[in-house]
Ligand binder design. Structure first.
Ligand code: FAD
Length: 400
């Protein structure tokens, strides 16, 4: 029998308590409905994530030295599940989690120290400056230039479709530092402060009437050379790597979120009576099948990661299925709502604050942003099926 002293000594100190208990407590203490007003909702989500970081409960998959929890993958799954169930606000800047793994893998110690914590706390928001008027799917043809001038780069050019540019403090950008060469040669990865002189942000009206994205112009913008990530001219390979585990676990949080949204749609169908319409029932059943396919694809990506393989091909399949599912889900939701669906999110009397119409409109972008559906199909054809490249090159079929 252990003595009382041993039992006491073995009792975890408060900071050693299991992360699941601490997260539960945190989520209970922060429970509440998101404010309706957009600016207040953003402030609310920022405050939540600052507190989460403060409590040591942010970034489940990041290494401890980067401020993360360094959880095993199975625990990361449980973490995302717990957060989704509690309807915890999403981090207000999803793009932060594209630049963060890049900094963790390729950043200098100073860059990690300077950027990771404010990013995690949502004290600083990021935007992604990749696409340009002449460079979207074929990003390697980008022309925004960064010329070295002493200890600075001088940036000139234009980015397009830059989400959150009007709110962002920083942009992670791909810029041309040398003439275009094969395989994305001559491109560098640069961190640009959005308050630098010479930057003009012109918000663009999106389909839902908001200003989700913008054009960004650079006119002799001076950026300290220490903001270069990795080697000069090596930006293309840096941008393409370093997703790894983050990518797989992001699928998992999507999986849990979609499960919840689909259940909410079923409840809506019951409430409106639309669930008795045979056509709607067929569609709802198809949605149920699709959400399960999504879940199984996520597990496949996770399996690849657990087996030490790149989830690349599974990721392309998943992205394609997810983007088309997102559109179908919202199309069916509008049918479930009937004529009320036309009341958008700006109408005070819209059912459920117009969330389904808003989702329907914004889901048009899901087969375009972050690689179009056609590009995903090209990747699947080449990397999964091993068909020859549409550019006439032979391709290596990847496992998965
Ligand atoms: C809501 C939203 C947010 C976005 N946010 C950002 C952001 O924050 N930062 C950023 O950098 N970019 C952002 N983008 C831009 C996005 O990455 C590009 O729109 C996308 O890469 C496609 O590029 P493009 O619009 O220039 O179309 P294009 O590349 O010109 O393509 C036009 C059409 O041709 C097809 N096509 C092109 N090449 C091929 C091919 N080889 N084979 C078959 N079909 C092909 C495409 O599928 C598409 O249908 C955003 C886009 C949207 C919709």
């Amino acid at each position: 029998m252990p003595s009382a002293t041993v039992v006491d000594a073995g009792r975890p100190l408060p900071q050693e308590r299991h992360w699941k208990d601490r997260l539960s407590e945190f989520l209970d203490a922060h429970a509440g409905k998101p404010p309706r007003d957009k600016a207040e909702r953003l402030a609310w989500a920022r405050a939540f994530h600052a507190d989460l970081e403060e409590a040591g409960l942010a970034a489940p998959g990041w290494p401890a030295e980067a401020g993360g929890m360094e959880l095993e993958l199975a625990d990361q799954v449980a973490y995302h599940q717990q957060m989704t169930r509690a309807r915890a606000p999403k981090h207000p800047c999803g793009l932060s989690f594209i630049v963060a793994p890049t900094l963790i893998t390729h950043g200098t110690p100073e860059q990690k120290e300077r950027f990771l914590r404010p990013l995690l706390r949502a004290d600083e928001l990021w935007c992604q400056g990749f696409s340009e008027p002449g460079a979207g799917s074929d990003l390697t043809s980008l022309t925004t230039r960064a010329e070295r001038d002493g200890d600075h780069y001088v940036v000139n050019g234009q980015k397009l479709w830059t989400s959150m540019a009007h709110l962002a403090d920083w942009m992670f950008a791909l810029v041309r530092t040398a003439p275009a060469g094969p395989g994305g040669a001559g491109i560098s990865y640069l961190l640009i402060p959005m308050n630098a002189e010479g930057i003009t942000v012109r918000p663009l009206r999106d389909i839902a009437g908001g200003t989700h994205f913008a054009e960004v112009y650079f006119d002799d913008v001076r950026v300290p050379a220490e903001n270069l990530v990795g080697e000069e001219n090596d930006g293309w390979s840096i941008a393409r790597t370093s997703l790894g585990h983050e990518r797989a676990t992001a699928f998992l949080s999507d999986e849990f979120r979609y499960r919840r949204v689909v259940d909410e749609l079923f409840s809506l169908a019951v409430r409106t009576g639309a669930g008795t319409d045979p056509l709607v029932r067929q569609r709802l059943a198809r949605i149920e099948a699709s959400v399960r396919v999504l879940a199984s694809n996520s597990r496949r990506a996770l399996d690849a990661v657990l087996g030490g393989r790149d989830p690349g091909p599974a990721a392309s399949v998943n992205r394609l299925v997810k983007s088309e599912f997102d559109q179908y889900l919202h199309e069916v939701a509008l049918r479930v709502l009937g004529p009320d669906a036309v009341l958008g999110n700006r109408e005070p009397t819209a059912p459920e604050h117009g969330r389904w119409m808003y989702g329907y409109l914004m889901s048009r972008a899901s087969t375009i942003g972050a690689g179009t559906a056609e590009i995903q199909r090209n990747t699947i054809a080449e990397k999964v099926l091993g068909l020859s490249s549409h550019r006439g090159e032979s391709t290596g079929k990847e496992a998965g």
